[in-house]
Structures are given as C-alpha cells and as structure tokens.
Ligand binder design. Structure first.
Ligand SMILES: [Zn+2]
Length: 553
C-alpha cells in the first residue's frame, strides 16, 4: 500500500493475492472468503484513514493500480486503455463505464481491491458507445442486477452490438458481438439519485451522438466524469471522430457546442477523464477556472477550424455516400472497393475508373440521377491502374468512350474495340488542362478547380495512419491504422521490386501538394480535402512502411 497524504492517496493491493482468492466471477464468492474480508477491511481502513486532500493521477501508470481519488470514489486498476470509476453511496455502488473486458473480471477485481463487491452495484452509467467503455456491462449487469444506462443517441448502437460503430477505427479486441443491454436511456438534464449521491446527466454530443458527462455531487465536491468528451488531462477532448467519416459518428458542430457549453459552466472541483492512463506526467484532477480553460480552449479552436473547413469546402468524406466535391467534380461512390469520380461540363462527362463489370453503366446513371444530373455517356474514361478490376466496367457502356490508360493495357483495350487516347488529346478537348503523371504501371491525374489542386492517384499512397496533436506541447503523433497498414506491409513484402517501385512512386508524388486527393481505394472513408501538412504526413507514413519492408529483407 502506498500513501502520500497531501499529495495523493492510493489504495494498492497486490492483484495476485486477490486472484488466488477470487476464482469465480459469476458466483460472487468474494464475500465468503476470509482472506478477502481481511483485505477488504484493510483497504477500507486505508480509505477512511486518509484525508480527502487533493488527488493527482500519477505520472507513471503501469501495472494494475487502483486509485482512490476522493472519499468513496475510485479509479479501478487493470483497465487498459480506458478507466472505470466506482462511486460508493449509502445504498450501493455506481459504476461509471464498464471496461473493455466482456467477462467483467477486471472490474470485479478492481472493486475488490477497494473493498467492494459486484453485488453492491446498483447503476452502470456508460459515458458513450465505444468498445473500451462498455464491453463489461452485460456481465456486470447480470451478476448484480444493476441498471445499465446510457445517452439515448448511443443506445441503438449498444443494443445492436454494432461493431463498426463500437470500434471506430481502432484495432478490434475480442468481442462476442453480443448486444449490450441498456435499461435506461438518458437525456440531458436527467438526474439519478442513489442514497446520498445525485448524478446529473449532461448531454455532450460530438465524440459520439449520445456521449454524456456525469456530474456527481458528493461530500460537497462536484465531480465530473467526462468519458472521452475530455479523454485525458494532457490530451483534453478526444476530437478525432470529427475528422473521420460520419459513419464513425463524430460531429464537429455538436462537439463545438459541447465544448462551448462546458466552458460556460462552473468548472467541476474534480475532473475524472475516460483515459487517465494516456497521461505522460503527474497532473492534478482538481480544476479551477484556469486549468479548465486551458484544457478546453485549444480543442475549441481546433473544432472551430474543422467546422469552418467543412462549411467552406464541404465534408468530403469518400465513404460511399455520393457528393459534389467541387463545382463540376463529383464522387459517385465505390464499386468493388474502387472509387468512381467524374468531371462534368457542358459538353463532356469524364469518368475516373471503371470497375464493377456489367454493373458499371447502370451504377453510373443511377448515381448521376441521384445527384440530380442528367445521365449521359462518358466521353472520356481515365484509368489510374492497369488492374482488370479498375477497367472491367468499360464493356458495359453502350457507346465506347475514349480512354486514357497506362501503356501496359493499351493493346488489350484496343483489341476490345476501345479507343485509347493520349493525355495530350484529352487536355486539348477539355475545358481545363489535366496533367497526367505516369508512375510505374499506373497513372495519376492532376488538375485545378477553384484554385484547388486536385490529385487523382491509383493505389499509391494509401491512407494508413491518423495524425494526432498533443494540444499541450503541439507535438504530433502518427498512429497507424490497422488492418490498413498491415495489408500494405504484406503487399510490399512480396518482393524487393514491389517495395522499391512503391518508394519511387512516393518520391515523385512527394513533389505535389494537393488540396483534394482522390485515391483509387478510399480505405477508411477518408476526407478528400487535405489541410496543413496532411499530404506530407501521408507520404511519410507510406515511406516508413515501404522502408520497413526493404530493411526486413
Ligand atoms: Zn470514445
């Protein structure tokens, strides 16, 4: 046990001792064990004996460390990456979130470390529908009879066990796919009363639509459980969902409104975030006006930027939902994972990529109609790749278009009656110049619309990482996306020629600085609009992967 009164007080009991005593979760045998009773009595004494002085999350949070951060308020150990909190009341225990582990064993063990039993659980209040915060809920509900509650707009995802929504872009841990039972749907302003504790529900959409914060009045302190609305004390709000496709349920406008609302409210006395272990240094959870503002203001700036950019440029996610990207430039959706784009002027329809075999022609006219455009036969088709999948739809067109394609497929295209034209001929006939870049067996196209540089590529580079900025030191971190980055590594590992030519293509593309990037395969419904050093980051993370495969040979 470690106790540092005045700085922080922790309750830390060896997990291995408990593991011997607690073998069955569902049976809740912990109350029957003398050993556990002793440990519980000891830890209870430790909590009571320690003064309710300021709490600080530790600087190093390794191993199964359970912390008591205020009298009767505990962060349970072992729960990586997210936190589960237990609040003691006169009539039982309230749990905030339920951890990543479907068996609930980690929560059970954490409760035991502070002298509590799962039998005492009365409420399991979920902050939002992301896997790392909710998976333990079913099992804990079953053994305790506790009421599981969540923000109304996240309940549907939980009840369907919607893995895509629950995992977002994160690597998938084991999940049985069992729907998560929710007994009570929560709305902004709702209150939950248990014994001497009142929990106020604050609707905080943005990270997910049904994200909520819980404001708890306990022993005269206002404690805010913020989930990922404020994910950690050094990172602040977890805004990444607003930068990825809306199918992952983030929303910049509502997140901005949430941050503005939090900034207007009186800061809580204590802030308990969703991911305290992400912190790299010791930080106080005690809030004052200054700390509170410092935590929220940078995120407000970032969200204002995101909202303005989306208003100005559109939210151009290449996620299967067709849209006008720029005047006369459209994204028509994907066929067999290959994106189809088109440029339309008074005379011509230029279509980029022709996948889908005999479904292509119908797909084209359906999508054009959905956009309110008159379906017409393409005058030109631009092929970015020599792969059969990229051109299999050509034969479905009633009138053969003129095709710009990589030289390696000219012969077979001509043999099937297709007119192959040079990039120069294309540029001469069209209203604005289109530059063609030849890269290995692929073609890229570059043109400008409304002063924006548009770059159409084949499958080099790929969207395989997300960039994060630590708002306190402005340092950037690039996280690889799984399985997208693994798939690239496997592909490049095929031969040194493959990775070498990939690197050469990247080298050539590094000279561009596109504002709009239209790839052959949008891997994660990525935003076509690029900002700041996005392109450079994309090129660099691809280079890093290619170099890895060259080195490992
Ligand atoms: Zn989350």
């Amino acid at each position: 046990m470690i106790a540092e009164p005045g700085l922080r007080y922790l309750t830390l009991i060896s997990g291995s001792v408990l593991a011997v005593a607690l073998t069955s979760f569902s049976g809740c045998h912990e109350d029957d064990s003398d050993l556990v009773k002793q440990i519980q009595a000891r830890s209870r004494r430790s909590v009571e004996a320690t003064a309710p002085t300021p709490a600080t999350y530790p600087d190093q949070w390794s191993g199964p460390m359970t912390l008591t951060v205020a009298p009767g308020v505990h962060v349970l150990g072992r729960l990586h990456p997210s936190a589960v909190y237990a609040i003691e009341t006169q009539q039982g225990v309230i749990l905030i979130d339920s951890g990543v582990d479907e068996s609930g064993v980690d929560v059970r063990d954490g409760l035991a470390e502070v002298g509590l039993s799962t039998k005492k659980l009365r409420y399991i209040l979920l902050t939002h529908a992301h896997y790392d915060h909710v998976f333990g809920a079913n099992q804990l509900r079953q053994v305790s009879g506790a009421v599981v509650a969540a923000g109304r707009d996240d309940c549907d995802v939980l009840r369907r066990g919607d893995a895509d929504a629950l995992f977002s872009l994160f690597p998938r841990v084991s999940y049985s796919g069992t729907p998560i039972k929710v007994d009570q749907e929560l709305l902004d302003g709702d209150e939950i009363q248990l014994g001497d504790v009142t929990v106020q529900v604050i609707g905080c959409p943005g990270h997910t639509p049904g994200s909520v914060c819980y404001l708890v009045e306990k022993d005269g302190q206002r404690i805010l459980f913020s989930g990922d609305v404020i994910a950690s004390l050094n990172f602040g709000p977890a805004t990444y969902p607003v930068h990825i496709s809306p199918r992952f349920r983030g929303d910049a406008v509502s997140y901005l409104a949430t941050i503005n609302r939090l900034l207007k409210m009186e800061p809580p006395d204590l802030l308990l975030t969703g991911h305290p272990r992400q912190q790299t240094r010791s930080q106080t959870i005690r809030m004052d006006e200054q700390i509170w503002n410092r935590l929220l203001e940078p995120a407000k700036m970032e969200l204002m930027d995101a909202v303005n950019r989306q208003r100005q440029d559109g939210a151009d996610f290449l996620d299967g939902v067709l849209k006008e990207l720029e005047p006369s430039l459209y994204y028509l959706g994907d066929l067999d994972g290959i994106a189809i784009y088109c440029i339309l002027d008074d005379q011509h329809l230029i279509v980029i990529n022709a996948p889908g075999g005999n479904r292509f022609a119908d797909f084209l006219s359906t999508q054009l109609k959905s956009l309110g455009l008159l379906p017409k036969t393409p005058t030109f088709v631009l092929l970015t790749s020599d792969q059969e999948a990229c051109r299999s739809g050509l034969a479905s067109l009633i009138t053969a278009p003129q095709v710009v394609a990589p030289p390696s497929v000219w012969e077979s295209l001509r043999a099937s009656g297709v007119a192959v034209v040079s990039p120069q001929e294309l540029s001469d006939k069209f209203t604005f110049p289109i530059t063609t870049i030849s890269l290995q067996e692929t073609l890229c196209f570059s043109f400008s619309i409304r002063k924006k540089q548009v770059l159409v590529t084949s499958n080099v580079p790929r969207h395989i990482s997300l960039e994060w900025t630590n708002r306190q030191n402005n340092r950037k971190t690039v996280s690889d996306l799984q399985p997208q980055s693994n798939a690239l590594l496997t592909e490049l590992a095929a031969s040194s020629a493959v990775s070498q030519s990939y690197l050469e293509s990247l080298q050539q593309l590094a000279n561009f600085s596109p504002n709009v990037w239209l790839p052959l395969m949008p891997l994660t419904g990525q935003n076509a609009n690029l900002y700041d050093d996005d392109w450079q980051t994309i090129i660099e993370s691809n280079q890093r992967h290619a170099k890895k495969t060259v080195r490992s040979r």
